[in-house]
Design a protein around this ligand. Sequence first.
Ligand SMILES: CC(C)(COP(=O)(O)OP(=O)(O)OC[C@H]1O[C@@H](n2cnc3c(N)ncnc32)[C@H](O)[C@@H]1OP(=O)(O)O)[C@@H](O)C(=O)NCCC(=O)NCCS
Length: 186
Amino acid sequence: MASLVRAPERIETARLTLRRPIDRDADAIFRTYASDPEVTLYVGFPRHHRVDDTRQFLAFSDAQWSSWPAGPYLIERRDTGALVGSSGLKFDSPLCAATGYVLARTAWGHGFATEALGAMVDLARSCGVLRLYAICHHEHRASARVLEKGGFALEGTLRRYAEFPNLAPGTLCDVLCYSRIFEKPL
Ligand SMILES: CC(C)(COP(=O)(O)OP(=O)(O)OC[C@H]1O[C@@H](n2cnc3c(N)ncnc32)[C@H](O)[C@@H]1OP(=O)(O)O)[C@@H](O)C(=O)NCCC(=O)NCCS
C-alpha cells in the first residue's frame, strides 16, 4: 500500500484560508450555510435543522482526519476572517479521493469555489492521490462550470447514481462525473 502523506490542517490561497474544522465552529457552520435551503439544494447531505446535525458533521470530520491524510476543510476569507463555506477531500483509498464545495449565498460569484478547488487539487497531488473526482447533479451548471475551470474532465453521466435529499428525497438522480488524473505526486 502507498505510504500516506499527512495534509496540512491549514492552507492559504490568494484570498482564502482553508482549515480543519473544530468543535467551536458548529454554530457558525449551521448559521452560515448548512441550514440554508437554497445553499443545500444540490448537496448530498440533508440540510441541518439543528446545531446537533452540525455537530454530527464535525464528528464525521474528525473521523475522516483520523483515518486519512485529510478530510473536510472550512473556507474563510482572509480579508475579513469570515467563514464562507467548506470543501475537502474524501478518500476512497490512499490513491483515490473525491472533492466538493459548498459556499454561503453571500459568497457566490466571486470565484471562491474555483480558488478553493485549486487548493484541493494541489493538496490531493501532494498527498499522493492519482485520481481526484467530483460528482454534481446533471442540471447544476454552476458546479459543473467550477469543475471545468478547475481543469477537471467530464467522464460522463452516471445514471440514477445519487440521492439529493434536499431536492428529491427518496429518489436517485443522474450525476455528471468529473475527474483529474495525476501521473505522479506533486
Ligand atoms: C456552486 C457554487 C459552489 C459555486 O461557487 P462560486 O464561488 O460562486 O463559483 P465560482 O465563482 O468560482 O464559479 C462559478 C461559475 O459558474 C458560473 N455560473 C453560475 N451560475 C450559473 C448557471 N446557472 N449556469 C451556468 N453557469 C453558471 C459562473 O458564471 C462562474 O463561471 P465563470 O467564471 O466562467 O463566469 C456555489 O454556488 C454554492 O456553494 N452553491 C451551493 C452548494 C452547492 O451546490 N455545491 C456544489 C454541490 S455539487
